[in-house]
Design a binder for this molecule. Structure first.
Ligand SMILES: [Zn+2]
Length: 243
């Protein structure tokens, strides 16, 4: 993109301390993988495409359903029956034609690491199996991993940079036995609560991609009923099973 076009398009965000023309150009060379294109993933992908991230890989094998629309407002009634990766990809291409979109109509664990490799793996899935599988892969590959979830009024977000000392999801929440799906359809959730968590997750992703990394190895717990956010540092667990 020409510099004058870039300044015109991203003028309001370039005014922020976090950004500059050089950092905006850096962002256009960054790639992310969004695993799960529902309530968390679709707004996150839209905000990061809008912000000028260069390449976005979308991973999801779900189809848009009527029961999704109360919270997944980047889809419309016209998208019902269409694969989420296709509907979201069309939306993102219309939003920012400078962002390259790659779609994978599969579950993340059906893909090789090469398929999902990028500057930041972003877990927006609605089940623990995906989160723990991505945690293991990102730890093994030393890939930065940003995971979020929400059930009812409680959301949580963690970023593991996987750059030096081991620190991962298992360190803070050791998994036990068979991991089951725990999706919003079973627990219940309000649309504005989901997008609040997605918005914070998008800010953490931008911070990481702009190489500020102030959120690495922290956990944020968000209570969307009481409007509380707690931030805690995550310590490496010497007995972590994937260390
Ligand atoms: Zn660990």
């Amino acid at each position: 993109m020409q510099k004058d076009e870039l300044i015109k398009r991203y003028y309001s965000q370039i005014l922020m301390d976090e950004l500059s023309v050089e950092k905006q150009e850096m962002l256009s060379k960054k790639s992310i993988t969004v695993i799960g294109c529902g309530g968390l993933g679709s707004p996150l992908a839209a905000y990061l495409a809008g912000a000028g991230v260069g390449k976005i890989k979308l991973v999801d094998d779900d189809t848009v359903e009527l029961r999704n629309l109360h919270r997944q407002v980047f889809f419309s009634e016209n998208d019902i029956g269409i694969k989420k990766v296709k509907a979201l990809s069309d939306y993102l291409k219309n939003l920012n034609s400078n962002t390259t979109i790659e779609i994978h109509d599969k579950k993340s664990w059906e893909l090789s690491y090469d398929n999902i490799k990028s500057d930041l793996l972003i877990d927006c899935a609605d089940n623990l199996r995906t989160s723990y599988d991505l945690n293991r892969v990102s730890s093994r590959e030393r890939a930065a991993f940003l995971t979020a979830s929400i059930a009812a009024h409680l959301g949580q977000i963690s970023l593991f940079s996987n750059d030096s000392q081991h620190c991962c999801l298992e360190c803070v929440f050791p998994s036990e036995g068979e991991l089951e799906a725990n999706d919003c359809a079973e627990v219940g959730v309000l649309g504005p609560s989901v997008v609040l968590v997605s918005s914070l997750q998008s800010l953490i992703a931008l911070d990481y991609l702009l190489e500020q990394k102030s959120h690495s190895n922290h956990i944020y717990r968000i209570n969307t009923k009481e409007f509380l956010i707690n931030k805690n540092k995550i310590l490496s667990d010497s007995s972590c099973k994937i260390k």
